[in-house]
Design a protein around this ligand. Structure first.
Ligand code: NDP
Length: 793
């Protein structure tokens, strides 16, 4: 009997072109020239640049390169519109967003054709994926607007939001950005990619029709300079960016210290893992959706195929056979699988990477396939024989190019999957549910699709780990990216205690016995002397020498980070277990309450040190209570299956503690971090470090495994710098009231795109549960991983 592929090979398809009449008429109606959409009005077109159809190279329209003055006008309009938009209330906004969703559906064919013309992706994808998902995003977020006062009562909108998107999903990315921002009551200045601005222009018209008030949505077109002007504008309160990791880094650096909220959705090199017991034919279809969807120009494309050695040959034969059947050609033809690349620049980039693989001796296989003469095309490509360090195995190719490798055991699969600086997505194929659910948490990625690929829904958060960025789009967590906790507004303008109190550190007097009173640091569950062998005196409130503390250095941080990594058992321990340890720490602290109170009084001169100790004990109870209750969610997206949102630990967190309330500040930051399974390297209050250093005695008697909490005393600025640049630290928190220090942490974190949580110059009432973070800290201490689990036969 002939196989399905043999049958398919004997069949031919007629062409089934989608009409472009309406889209061309719409462009004609605008004389194929567009100005900027600011304050619900179109500016006169100026400094025009062309937008072309990548499938044939013809010019579609000309758009305006926005100037700095235009961005200024857009930000001003957005600022003016804030009270109007927020004044409409949740229900008022929900109605407008619902209207937008309806209009997107009503005009979906026009949008789909326009997107295909502008981007080169197939009409099947724009019609069946981009448009339905875009409309769904507005529906879902109309719901959040309606529920905002109930579900997010302790939050407010951030303000004016700058949003910058790439060209691979122009309208869909617009929806992912604009819908949650509007739902939360923000106003936006939005920049589409230079290559693909046309659907944003059409969307602007819908905004007017839907009754979006003037200034709420402003769309400015142009190249990266416009993005940069938005990023650097002081009137913008938050930046939401999707694009390359390179530009993401620039934006992280540019916004450092500005107080702007930031979310980055960056590149990926996502693994597609096939185990020997997988439904191989199903996996082949999944692979088509994973790497040849949108010509592979997808941040979460499954660009690295990892297949178990026992089935490697069989699977790759199936893949090649399927590749022979992929139809490449006019994107408006409804029977095409693969369309055009967005631009010749992108084609050259991909070709150069594929050439580098050839030069390195890899096997590059492409099916016999005729490429259209005009436009920008690249054939589906399979690369085998690449080393794990080859450029094609590490760099984001962003094209229809699959790099295949094999593995023998599940642990090896996980190791290879995580052998990347990125962490956006992964696809896992096996018929064993227990294997799939064992692998999913082990992969460092924000989304894991089991027996499926490239699934998206507005209710399920999407976003990356590591250099794939931070922040989530979609779901409850996505809404929080567009809000600020009211408690943040209540913070005092300056730290209530003297911010630095560096004056306390005076040269050591010639006291031969002082050496006996050196408080040690704490690394890997053991007391440690500083590598530098230097110590500094700590004076009490009355000026008397209290003790000496070690002056920690880069080397001590390095040792502490190593110890923290070794303590990974803490992350895999049960939440119940972690809660027990936190309660035990509280109990042992209570047993020594007098001692700690005396130490606080001596250090700070506090008149009521007992209050700080009691508050610390209560805070330990608070986060012990949360340890086994900060559960994830089970989403039910409109596909057959569930999506489980897991709150995973971030990893190793570097923490710089405040000088205010030196014990309570330390506990308030360390307890939530370890409650959720993180390991920490902590710099205690520089001015009053002793009560934190005394805690090692409490930790040692509380079953806290060595390496979970490491304490390095010394100069906060220097140590924070080391934490922010360390390659094996996943996040840095700094809360010592140093504006420059916090800005520096943000700037330096750009190197590895660590997550940061900094307090800036303001103070914080550490006794207030809300101000010291409360539940909100747990969001900083965790990252959401969405695991998609389809079911049914
Ligand atoms: P970029 O990161 O350069 O562009 C993304 C958006 O940022 C565009 O709107 C761009 O403007 C704008 N931009 C460019 N420079 C700046 C800047 N300095 N400040 C603020 N905004 C800026 O990605 P590209 O489109 O150039 O693609 C390059 C590579 O990036 C791709 O080959 C791919 O590897 C990766 N990429 C990853 C994406 C993802 O989703 N992870 C998406 C797109 C690209 P404009 O385009 O108008 O110049």
């Amino acid at each position: 009997m002939p196989t399905i592929n043999e049958i398919l090979n004997t069949m031919d398809y007629g062409s089934a072109p989608e009409s472009q009449k309406e889209a061309q008429a719409w462009l004609d109606g605008h004389q194929r020239t567009f100005g900027l959409f600011i304050d619900n009005a179109w500016s006169a077109p100026a400094e025009l640049f062309a937008s072309t159809n990548p499938a044939d190279g013809t010019q579609l329209a000309e758009l305006t390169q926005a100037s700095d003055a235009d961005v200024e006008r857009a930000v001003e309009a957005a600022r003016r519109a804030l009270p109007v938009w927020q004044g409409m209330g949740g229900h008022g906004r929900a109605k407008v967003m619902y209207a937008l969703a309806r209009l997107l559906q009503k005009h979906s064919r026009l949008f789909a054709v326009l997107e295909t013309l502008d981007n080169g992706k197939t009409i099947r994808e724009t019609r069946d994926i981009d448009l339905p998902l875009a409309a769904r995003h507005f529906y879902h977020h109309a719901g959040w607007a309606q529920l905002q006062s109930e579900e997010f009562a302790d939050y407010r909108a951030v303000g004016v939001v700058g949003q910058i998107v790439p060209w691979n999903f122009p309208l869909l990315m617009l929806s992912w950005k604009i819908a949650p921002a509007l739902a939360a009551g923000n106003t936006v200045v939005f920049k589409p990619a230079e290559f693909t601005s046309l659907t944003a222009m059409l969307f602007a018209e819908l905004c007017v029709q839907a009754g979006v008030p003037a200034g709420v949505v402003n769309i400015v077109t142009g190249d990266g300079r416009v993005g940069s002007a938005i990023v650097n504008h002081p009137g913008v309160d938050k930046i939401a960016f999707t694009g390359s990791t390179e530009v993401g880094r620039l934006i992280r650096e540019a916004t450092a210290g500005s107080g702007k909220k930031l979310s980055l959705e960056l590149g990926g090199k996502s693994p597609f893992i096939v185990f020997e017991d997988a439904d191989l034919d199903g996996a082949v279809e999944g692979l088509v959706d994973s790497i040849w969807f949108n010509q592979g120009q997808v941040c979460c494309a499954g660009s690295r195929l990892l297949v178990q050695e026992s089935v490697q040959e069989r699977f790759l034969n199936k893949v090649r056979a399927r590749m022979e059947n992929l139809r490449l050609g006019s994107p408006l033809d409804k029977s095409m699988d693969v369309g055009a690349l967005v631009d010749p620049v992108q084609r050259q980039r991909i070709a150069a990477l594929v050439d580098s693989a050839r030069a390195e001796g890899c096997d590059v296989w492409q099916p016999a396939c005729e490429l259209p003469l005009d436009g920008s095309w690249f054939p589906p490509t399979l690369i085998t024989g690449a080393s794990t360090s080859a450029a094609v195995a590490q760099a984001e190719i962003f094209g229809p190019v699959l790099v295949a490798m094999s593995f023998r055991t599940p642990p090896e699969a996980v190791q290879l999957a995580n052998n990347t600086v990125y962490g956006l997505a992964a696809s896992v194929w096996t018929e064993s549910i227990s294997l799939a659910l064992d692998i999913a948490p082990a992969i460092k990625a924000g989304v894991v699709w089991i027996n499926s690929a490239n699934q998206f829904d507005a209710a399920c958060g999407f976003g990356g780990y590591r250099e794939s960025g931070f922040g989530r789009e979609g779901g409850r967590e996505g809404m929080l990216e567009y809000m600020t906790a009211l408690a943040e507004d209540a913070r005092p303008a300056l730290p209530v205690a003297e911010a630095k109190a560096k004056g306390n550190v005076k040269p050591a007097p010639a006291d031969p016995f002082a050496i006996d009173r050196t408080a040690k640091m704490y690394i890997g569950g053991k007391q440690a002397r500083p590598d530098s062998a230097y110590s500094a005196p700590v004076f009490g409130a009355n000026g008397a020498l209290l003790a000496e503390v070690g002056v920690g250095s880069r080397k001590d941080i390095r040792n502490a980070v190593e110890a923290a990594h070794k303590a990974s058992g803490w992350t895999s321990a049960t939440a119940h277990n972690r809660a027990q340890v936190l309660y035990y720490i509280a109990e042992n602290l209570a047993a020594r309450a007098d001692e700690f109170a005396a130490r606080i009084a001596a250090m700070t001169g506090s008149k009521n040190p007992e209050k700080e100790v009691q508050a610390s004990i209560e805070r330990l109870f608070y986060y012990a209570a949360w340890a086994d209750k900060y559960d994830g969610l089970a989403h039910q997206p409109p596909t057959k299956g569930i999506t489980v949102a897991l709150n995973e630990a971030v990893g190793v967190i570097g923490i710089v503690c405040p000088n205010e309330a030196p014990l309570l500040g330390f506990i308030s930051l360390v307890a939530p971090a370890i409650a959720l399974g993180n390991r920490v390297v902590v710099v205690p209050s520089e001015a009053h470090p002793l009560s934190a250093l005394d805690l090692y005695q409490v930790f040692d008697t509380s079953d806290l495994p060595g390496g979970v909490v490491n304490i390095i005393s010394g100069n906060a600025d220097e140590l924070a710098r080391t934490l922010a640049t360390h390659a094996d630290i996943d996040a840095v928190w700094r809360h010592d009231g140093s504006a420059e220090g916090c800005a520096e942490v943000e700037r330096l974190s750009a190197g590895t795109l660590k997550r940061t949580w900094v307090g800036g110059a303001k103070g914080r009432d550490w006794y207030s549960a809300a101000q010291s973070g409360g539940r909100a800290v747990l969001a900083h201490a965790s990252q959401v991983k969405n695991v998609w689990i389809p079911y049914g036969v």
